[in-house]
Ligand binder design. Structure first.
Ligand code: ADP
Ligand code: MG
Length: 519
């Protein structure tokens, strides 16, 4: 057996993780470690600094998160570990993942990020945090207000380091690293390794082990790649044609610049397409709303810049369209990795102007992929695409084995409400329409797919809202537990955050789904 094969054979139980962590992994449903996990976890457990290079969707969060959690001492209530993330979305995403891995540990994980009231984050830090997951700016702010000290932070993770570089945070990251104990363990994860990141590693890491996972497993096999050659001025029309022909369930359209992205959004909207844009010029609140709408399938097309879309764990994207050709092969791989996840097939279509053909040839060479000229789906010989699903509930179980989500019309609701299912014979609230309370003015009603039958009480839900979603009591206007599901009502401006923080987490041992229920 070659070394490569041995790596692939590795199981989580071979990695040296504690029974509590192993149990959480089993419950989440991870079968075996991904390659970056199989290699990074033992090194980090052994106390080494690690540089991990692997593209989006390869499981980097658990690769650093599991050994980090194992390192922590629950009895010590200092901040023992920090994770720096470039954006608020990633901060929330990483926090959710770490909390699920820490399900059976007595570990407090606090997320701090910009665009949210600093006071509630300060309060959470005061009541104790073993791990702080932070965006760079907010962490700096909390340090300067003396709400956060890093003198005991001996486990430091830089997640998506290249993106922090792109966003201009590298100097701040260095400043934060200098505040951590010099005897710390540092892990740096990044999809690409541009020279400034290498320099950062040289300066701030101690004899790091470099683990680099080549992207071949993720992209090339599962993704059908094509290109469209079109002069610059005809791009919008061609794009509309391609979108109509391909009829994607959901697609991300990549642009190189923020200006280009907002222009494309406007052009597509003017032509009646269902599109939203995600780029750095938008306020955090708007970005959160766009992300949530896209994740919840309330919008079909997302126009994005590289920075805004990177690192985000968006499932079920059937198409990636490079409206602007990426500026490097690494970025190409990174972009198209948004589709074809979890064993599904996806399509990636790259637009090139005639003078960009050379760039395309370079990408083909680097990625070793066949990228053929796009043709209309009916003209293609293969019909390898699985049948289109109309409803989310008909999708096969995703990689992480979360309960599938079905869309059901519920009487008394003006709009379609997404009702999570529990698998066979899952809960459906058709009998409960009389019990649905009207939301207080300015409040938003959320649906939770668990109720008294899962042993959930009003107190449990209030606890989850306070602790999990960081709400104060006066932001919670109503909690109503029914037999098989519940409704909670929270202030409108914290509703999306509540969903982000609680959806997919666990309460009394049951996974819960939280969705906005419009009435
Ligand atoms: P990255 O940080 O590399 O982009 P994430 O840590 O966000 O990747 O993981 C991507 C997705 O893969 C997540 O939905 C996560 O739950 C899932 N995942 C991670 N590790 C495994 C595993 N060993 N088996 C199955 N799914 C996994
Ligand atoms: Mg990540």
């Amino acid at each position: 057996m070659t070394e490569q094969e041995q790596t692939e054979e590795k199981l989580f139980k071979d990695l040296g993780l504690s029974p509590e962590i192993q149990q959480a992994i089993d419950e989440i449903g991870f079968d075996k470690p991904s390659p970056i996990q199989a290699e990074a976890i033992p090194e980090l457990l052994a106390g080494h600094d690690v540089i991990g290079q692997a593209q989006t969707g390869t499981g980097k969060t658990a690769a650093f998160g599991l050994p980090m959690l194992q390192y922590l001492d629950p009895a010590n209530d200092e901040v023992q570990a920090i994770v720096l993330t470039p954006t608020r979305e990633l901060c929330i995403q990483v926090t959710q993942a770490l909390r699920s891995y820490a399900e059976h540990l007595d570990i407090e994980i606090v997320a701090v990020f910009g665009g949210a009231p600093i006071r509630s984050q300060q309060a959470q830090l005061r009541s104790g945090a073993h791990v702080v997951v932070a965006t760079v700016g907010r962490m700096k702010d909390l340090i300067s207000r003396r709400s956060l000290v890093l003198t005991a932070a001996r486990f430091v993770v830089l997640d998506e380091a290249d993106e922090m570089l792109d966003l201009g945070f590298i100097e701040d990251v260095e400043r934060i690293l200098r505040m951590c104990p010099s005897g710390r363990q540092t892990a740096l994860f990044s999809a690409t390794m541009p020279p400034p990141i290498k320099r950062l590693a040289d300066t701030f890491m101690y004899d790091p082990v470099t683990i680099s996972i080549t992207p071949k497993t993720l992209t090339v096999d599962a993704i059908e790649q094509a290109f469209v050659e079109v002069p610059g001025r005809a791009k919008v029309d061609k794009l509309i044609e391609v979108v109509k022909e391909e009829d994607p369930e959901q697609a991300i359209l990549f642009c190189r610049t923020k200006i280009g992205a907002s222009r494309l959004e406007r052009d597509l909207k003017n032509r009646g397409l269902d599109v939203k844009a995600l780029h750095g010029d938008l306020s955090q609140g708007v970005r959160d709303g766009v992300m949530l709408a896209f994740k919840n399938h309330r919008c079909k097309l997302l126009v994005a810049t590289d920075i805004a879309a990177r690192g985000l764990d968006v499932d079920h994207v059937t198409h990636v369209i490079n409206y602007d050709i990426p500026n490097s092969s690494e970025t190409y791989v990174h972009r198209i990795g948004r589709t074809g996840r979890a064993g599904r097939t996806g399509r990636a279509i790259t637009f090139v102007t005639p003078d960009q053909r050379r760039d395309l040839e370079q990408i083909k060479k680097d990625v070793k992929a066949s990228i053929s000229e796009w043709e209309k789906p009916e003209d293609r010989i293969e019909h390898a695409r699985p049948p289109r699903r109309k409803r989310r509930g008909e999708q096969p179980a995703p990689l992480d084995d979360q309960p599938a989500v079905a869309v059901e019309e519920v009487e008394e609701f003006d709009e379609v409400v997404e009702v999570p299912l529990e698998g066979p014979g899952g809960d459906q609230p058709e009998t409960a329409s009389d019990d649905i309370p009207d939301a207080r003015e300015g409040a938003v009603k959320l649906f939770v797919n668990r109720g008294s039958r899962s042993d959930i009480t009003e107190e449990d839900l209030r606890w989850a809202l306070r602790e999990g979603a960081v709400l104060s009591d006066d932001q919670i206007s109503d909690v109503r537990v029914l037999e098989r599901f519940s409704f909670v009502e929270v202030d409108g401006d914290v509703a999306e955050k509540t969903v982000e923080f609680l959806d997919g987490t666990k309460l009394k041992g049951s996974g819960i789904r939280v969705e906005i229920a419009r009435s």
